[in-house]
Ligand binder design. Structure first.
Ligand SMILES: [Zn+2]
Length: 273
């Protein structure tokens, strides 16, 4: 398992927890025969303190897991590095510093995102109900459909949120920790599964500066989605590997610099780094 990759288990657990929370909505659908009643019941539950608290708990578990997992990676990096003491020191003071601020922000963002899930699903269901009513189907039949369709829709949504947000949060934590110890560059790593898109495969093993994210699509002559760092876009399992020690890389090395990927020797790189 690569040292800096966010563990897949964190993503799986996050997806499962979100789905479990959403089961409550499925239960509300099962006991009602009118689609309008179902939607009302969902709205009430989504606005309840119990639901908000559960979303907050789930987000906190995920971010905390990532946070401590990342600490292990940094400790491991510090162990084999001359800057070890500086890194240890930074880790010890984390929760009172900038990383602590980011940690709480990430929990808030994720909790809010989970909180929007019922509404997103409700909108889909509302459209479905309108369409079926036009066909002249009876309310009771449509209500049965909703109870059936709902779990599939939430499962797909929960998986997308987990895949995208775990990756993004992990990149954000790594970046913040890099900033604390003045590490300006990272190596873009792709995940090993076969879903890596071409534009990201192009970025594999490329040195990237935290101050200048690339547009992988533009580099691959595709329509650009804008500039972003490894792991920072939807459905992306890439991750940044902080460059703790330049000499540990193979040289010459690929570097993303001035909007293209170039080969540089260590001496050339040191001039721009
Ligand atoms: Zn990717």
């Amino acid at each position: 398992m690569p040292l800096w990759a966010p563990k897949l288990i964190i993503e799986k657990r996050y997806a499962r927890s979100i789905q479990k929370l959403m089961q409550q909505f499925a239960l509300l659908a099962h006991s009602r025969a009118d689609p309008a009643d179902i939607l009302d019941a969902w709205k009430d539950y989504a606005a309840s303190a119990a639901f908000q608290k559960a979303a907050q708990d789930i987000a906190m578990k995920m971010v905390t897991h990532l946070f401590s997992d990342g600490q292990k990676s940094w400790r491991e990096a510090a162990r084999v590095n001359s800057r070890g003491r500086e890194i240890y020191q930074a880790l010890q003071e984390e929760l009172t510093g900038q990383t602590g601020v980011v940690y709480h922000e990430l929990i808030g963002q994720n909790a809010r995102l989970i909180g929007t899930l019922p509404e997103t699903i409700a909108e889909q269901v509302t459209r479905y109900v309108a369409k079926e009513q036009q066909k002249g189907r009876r309310a009771e039949e449509i209500a049965v459909d909703i109870a059936k369709i709902f779990p599939e829709k939430t499962k797909a949504r929960a998986e997308l949120i987990a895949r995208t947000e775990v990756s993004k949060a992990s990149t954000t934590l790594t970046r913040t920790r890099c900033e604390q110890v003045n590490i300006r560059w990272y190596v873009w790593r792709t995940s090993e599964d076969q879903r890596v898109r071409d534009s990201h495969a192009l970025m594999e093993d490329v040195l990237v500066c935290w101050n200048a994210p690339p547009s992988p699509e533009a580099l691959n002559h595709e329509r650009s989605y804008g500039r972003y760092h490894a792991g920072n876009t939807f459905n992306c399992r890439c991750y940044p590997e902080p460059v703790v020690k330049l000499e540990a890389l193979h040289w010459p090395h690929k570097v993303y610099y001035q909007d293209r990927i170039q080969m540089m020797t260590l001496a050339q790189f040191k001039q721009i780094a």
